[in-house]
Ligand binder design. Structure first.
Ligand SMILES: C[S@@+](CC[C@H](N)C(=O)[O-])C[C@H]1O[C@@H](n2cnc3c(N)ncnc32)[C@H](O)[C@@H]1O
Length: 313
């Protein structure tokens, strides 16, 4: 994949992110899910300084699209040019750290930051990751059954071909809320005894064959793919640790914004904001994208945004 050839990821609910994060010159904000840098760009344009984090090594290629921004301190770039011409537009400076947002404190320290004014997490996978068959995230694109955002550790194929049936059923139930988890797990085990399941198309076919008939609105493999992706990337564990790390890094009055795309994530965020002694919730109910945004960007349909503020020290 290259930044130039892939369909760009459209950032979701940008106006609400800016309203809650209050980007301004001199304020450092961590974008813990840099992706294609859509939210980062909006924060920089509003004058904030941004540390972008992503566990997908391919995200690095998108940092190049942030045009002329460098990691030079904002003050030095605001100095009027010697020839007396107009001073440069005051825009924030940018740094990037490859890694998991669960390690946000270590990554921030490495970038020279001990506290920040804001943290943004826009969870899940990007359009580029979904569209690239090679990454194995989507049942709609055939490719190797991988699903790792960070290409280390076991892949989805390892789990599907090696996990005991009970474990498979449990993870489909827990992370996919899949009603037919046991049937599907049994069918997967039968199929892999014939030949290992190596591709997304093969897994989608096996799951579909286990599904009871009748009309349905979504593909029968949707929940199985969601469950495997969450499991392979330990998405819920990373979210819990990322939220705790964010709360420790935020300065008093600093803001946290999280956009989630399914109920398991949203439940964790809601509970964290309600229970953390460090955080005050700013959203009673999650905000959703308006109709116009959903029409223009179908990904926004499932988005739920919650925000919180770091309580005074
Ligand atoms: C929905 S996309 C973010 C898109 C981004 N806001 C934009 O406007 O382009 C999610 C990104 O977060 C990354 N990601 C997901 N979980 C992560 C984690 N625990 N640590 C670091 N990056 C993560 C994914 O690799 C993906 O690039």
């Amino acid at each position: 994949m290259t930044a130039a050839t892939e369909r760009a990821h459209e950032p979701v609910m940008v106006a609400a992110c800016l309203r809650y994060l209050r980007p301004r010159p001199g304020a450092w904000i961590i974008d813990g899910t840099f992706g294609a840098g859509g939210h980062t760009r909006a924060l920089l344009d509003a004058g904030a300084d941004v540390l972008g984090i992503d566990q997908d090594p391919q995200a690095l290629s998108y940092t190049g699209t942030l045009d002329d921004r460098t990691s030079a301190p904002i003050a030095s770039r605001a100095t009027p040019p010697a020839d007396g011409g107009a001073p440069p537009v005051l825009r924030g400076s940018f740094r990037f750290a490859a890694g998991n947002f669960r390690d946000m404190e270590r990554l921030a320290t490495g970038a020279g930051l001990s506290s920040v004014a804001g943290v943004l997490l826009d969870l899940g996978v990007s359009s580029m990751q979904l569209d690239e068959g090679e990454r194995g995230f989507a049942f709609r694109h055939d490719g190797p059954l991988d699903m790792r955002m960070d290409p280390s550790g076991p892949s989805a194929a390892d789990v599907v071909n090696e996990a005991p049936m009970e474990e498979l059923a449990a993870l489909l139930w827990r992370y996919g809320e899949e009603r037919h988890s046991r049937r599907i797990a049994r069918r997967i085990v039968e199929a892999r005894e014939q030949a290992p399941i190596r591709t997304t198309a093969r897994l989608a076919e096996v799951v579909a064959s286990a599904y009871p008939g009748g009309p349905r609105r979504t593909h029968p493999a949707r929940r199985t793919f969601q469950a495997l992706r969450i499991h392979v990337n330990d998405e819920l564990g990373a979210l819990q640790e990322g939220l705790e790390a964010a709360a420790r890094l935020l300065e008093p009055g600093g803001r946290l914004v999280v956009i989630s795309y399914h109920s398991l994530e949203d439940r964790i965020v809601k509970r964290f904001l309600a229970d953390s002694p460090r955080m005050l919730p700013l959203t009673k109910k999650p905000l959703e994208a308006d109709e116009a945004e959903v029409r223009a960007n179908p990904r926004a349909r499932a988005a739920k945004l919650r925000a919180g503020e770091r309580s005074p020290a």
